[in-house]
Design a protein around this ligand. Structure first.
Ligand code: C2G
Length: 127
């Protein structure tokens, strides 16, 4: 079984996130999402609207997602890859190059971000 992992806050969930998850799942048979916890979001200086538990509930309802684990810090990725026997690490290309240090442990893929949608845009439009 080919296992894929991706990381993020996924809040407010939108179709750009879904497109990332769909393409990530296409790269294997099993997709793990390491979901940023509320405390890690504070470290990332990201303000999530939904709590970790609610974001986890939402992600677990998505057909492409097989498992959700907590992302609690910047330094857990190598351990996650080993613990979960991950074959492919996937992120949007806004992170291009940032995670190349994972290449000795698994395939590293940066997928083009989906243009025309972002949580920032949604919040601005709603204002
Ligand atoms: N994304 C995308 N297209 C968008 C918006 C987001 O492809 N229009 C992708 C991002 O590139 C990322 C994923 O969706 O791969 C999740 O986005 P965020 O929740 O914003 O992720 P981020 O806060 O950057 O967390 O350790 C890594 C970090 O936790 C990444």
């Amino acid at each position: 079984m080919k296992k894929v992992i991706t990381y993020g806050t996924f809040d407010l969930l939108h179709w750009g996130h879904i497109e990332l998850l769909r393409r990530a799942k296409e790269m294997g048979d099993y997709l793990i999402v390491a979901l940023s916890t509320d405390s890690f979001n504070r470290i990332k200086h990201k303000e999530a609207y939904h709590s970790y538990l609610h974001r986890k509930l939402i992600l677990e309802a998505i057909r492409y997602v097989d498992e959700v684990i907590p992302e609690e810090n910047w330094d857990q990725k190598i351990a996650d890859i080993k613990t979960h026997d991950v074959d492919v690490f996937v992120m949007g290309d806004d992170w291009k190059g940032e995670f190349d240090f994972l290449k000795p442990y698994c395939e590293v893929v940066y997928l083009p971000r989906t243009d025309g949608i972002s949580t920032t845009q949604i919040k601005e439009d709603l204002r």
